[in-house]
Unconditional design. Sequence first.
Length: 90
Amino acid sequence: MSNERVQAIEARLNEAFAPVKLLVKDQSHLHAGHEGAKSGGGHFDVTIVSQAFDGCRPLQRHRMIFSALESMMETEIHALRIHAKTPDEV
């Protein structure tokens, strides 16, 4: 199931941002016993580099990502650590 979630996250972010770099790590195992883990929501770390973030502040970038993951944020993702940059910032 976890690998399926990672693939679903990657698919949505690839479609929304056409990133030059995308790395999604499932870190749910580090949070076993955590309240969010009890409800089935996973913990993920996302590193994404995309021109789509050009001119956007960090909060705007996070909101864009939350929007792209929309329904997954309600049921499948409990926590999401985001590292969003433009190609020029890398």
